[in-house]
Design a protein around this ligand. Structure first.
Ligand code: ATP
Ligand code: MG
Length: 200
């Protein structure tokens, strides 16, 4: 009985390996990618910072522009701000629903975007994370077509990761990899305050 099961497992694994190997052999392209992490669930920015950690681990030059400055400084900023391989910019304003000042939000968004533009023209920067950029487009703080154009004409080997809810159709269209994080449950909605190390 067990022997049968082991044999079936071995055969199934062999088929699986052949399938995986053929897919690996078919993936021959090597170029800079645009990733979009969107959806209402938790895990977008932390995933982007996970890729930052991976890239830094490989000795790659990286940059982050955070388009929303949270109430608390995030652990990733504390870890990476002084790192020699990372250039880290945080937009100089709070959450929009806190400031409620559209004019100053727009000015701050434009200033942060000008940092992003410089990075997106620099081929020595191998990974650029544009955290919470989607809101700047949904609120109309930045010109969508100019943003798409700059991303589309960046150095061919540069990776870009964009996070934020409600990514626009046009952004999804030009992305190579898109993940939508689904909200199944979040402790905050059950009375638990934001937890250091998990939420910021
Ligand atoms: P994280 O930075 O933890 O990966 P995120 O980038 O996916 O989260 P954002 O929408 O940027 O999510 O929100 C950031 C903060 O809001 C984090 O503290 C996160 O835990 C919290 N959060 C994310 N999704 C939800 C949700 N569905 N309900 C309540 N709080 C959430
Ligand atoms: Mg986020």
């Amino acid at each position: 009985m067990e022997t049968d099961r082991n044999l079936r497992h071995k055969r199934a694994m062999k088929r699986r390996k052949a399938h995986v190997d053929s897919r690996i052999a078919a993936a021959t392209e090597d170029r800079g990618l645009l990733l979009v992490l969107t959806g209402n669930g938790k895990g977008k920015s932390s995933s982007a910072f996970g890729m930052l950690a991976r890239s830094v681990g490989h000795g790659m030059r990286c940059a982050v522009v955070q388009f929303i400055k949270g109430t608390w400084e995030c652990g990733e900023h504390l870890l990476f701000a002084e790192h020699p391989l990372v250039e880290f910019h945080v937009m100089g304003t709070g959450f929009t629903w806190e400031t409620q000042d559209r004019e100053s939000d727009i000015a701050a968004a434009k200033q942060a975007w000008s940092k992003a533009e410089t990075l997106l023209a620099d081929e020595s920067v191998q990974l650029v994370i544009l955290d919470e950029l989607t809101y700047m487009l949904t609120y109309g703080y930045l010109d969508k077509s100019a943003v798409l154009e700059t991303i589309g004409t960046r150095p061919s080997r540069q990776h870009v990761v964009i996070t934020g809810r409600n990514a626009s159709r046009e952004l999804l269209e030009i992305a190579d990899t898109v993940s939508e994080v689904k909200d199944v449950r979040h402790a905050f909605n059950h009375g638990v305050k934001a937890q250091k190390g998990l939420d910021y």
